[in-house]
Design a protein around this ligand. Structure first.
Ligand code: CP
Length: 306
């Protein structure tokens, strides 16, 4: 069965069958990544452009590796080395890239809705690699894959997303994806960082991190986004860390064997202590490894639909 859409713009409204197909396909590619020769000819002859208007380490490298593992031809675009710096508009940039006959575009942009706009401008399959504070679907898919890999189930699992939920594309995609897969999703953070009416998405809200730890099986700890002026939403980083930071002491105090995820990059000593970030409850680097397999699955399923 193919996916129900030829683009991956977000996880809002994506059917359970599509998410399950991506997870199952990722399991096949996860095995490929353990082979001595980590390459299959699946997307030979396809051309993919990675259009990154915002900085990235994990997502960009992960997509590029996934494309190379599938034998696609890949081109990387970044604004600092492009003609955007000479004043070329987004629309003209896209039209010129399309004129070079590309099959797929992976896009990260600070403006929410850019991937949707791209679907109107060109015929290529569009994959959202993070659009502003809207969605980051492949991050959520790799989080969901990693939780399932570690705990063996998603349905009924209690997952809490901690931190700056209001400005997090990772949070929104996780909420949509996890709920579709049957998990019970909650959020926890300072009231200034929890969107009003978030309960309408069917999530519970905690303002006390100890209560959230006691009630949940998994914590997905969000980065405090210093580049998006996150500091304006609480008095100081030290205060945020005191009230919401995930530390070994806090986990020990609550006596919980809880699974810790973090999408990266980590602010050590702010939202998560080094002890937890490097400790035996977290799966942060497994998330990164699984990210390549999940992105291979998305690229393969979309790239073979045309
Ligand atoms: N998790 C994530 O999106 O990381 P990057 O910003 O490094 O891609």
């Amino acid at each position: 069965m193919p996916l129900s859409s030829r683009h991956l713009l977000g996880l809002q409204g994506v059917p359970k069958e599509d998410i399950q197909l991506i997870l199952d396909t990722a399991t096949t590619f996860r095995e490929v990544l353990e082979r001595p020769v980590k390459k299959v000819p699946t997307l030979q002859g396809k051309t993919i452009v990675n259009l990154f208007y915002e900085n990235s380490t994990r997502t960009r490298i992960s997509f590029e590796l996934a494309q190379k593992r599938l034998s696609a031809d890949t081109v990387n675009f970044s604004i600092s080395t492009s003609s955007v710096s000479k004043g070329e508009t987004f629309k003209d940039t896209i039209r010129n890239i399309e004129a070079m006959k590309v099959d797929m575009v992976v896009v990260r942009h600070a403006a929410a809705g850019t991937p949707l706009y791209l679907t109107k401008l060109c015929d290529a399959n569009i994959i959202n690699a993070g659009d502003g504070i809207h969605e980051h679907p492949t991050q959520a898919l790799l989080d969901i894959y990693s939780i399932h890999e570690k705990l063996g189930r998603l349905a009924g699992l209690k997952v809490c997303i901690v931190g700056d939920v209001a400005h997090s594309r990772v949070a929104l995609s996780n909420i949509f994806g996890l709920k579709t897969m049957g998990a019970e999703v909650s959020v926890c953070g300072p009231s200034t960082m929890i969107p009003r009416q978030i309960e309408e998405l069917g999530v519970k809200v905690y303002y006390n991190i100890d209560e959230a730890i006691q009630a949940n099986d998994v914590l997905n700890v969000l980065r405090i986004q210093l580049e998006r002026k996150a500091r304006e939403y609480f008095p100081s980083l030290r205060e945020y860390s005191n009230y919401f930071g995930i530390t070994e002491e806090r986990l020990e105090k609550n006596g919980k064997d809880i699974l810790i995820l973090h999408p990266g990059p980590i602010n050590r000593g702010v939202e998560i202590s080094s002890g937890v970030a490097d400790g035996n409850r977290q799966i942060i680097l497994q998330q990164v490894t699984n990210g390549v397999a999940v992105r291979m699955a998305v690229l393969y399923l979309l790239g073979t639909m045309n």
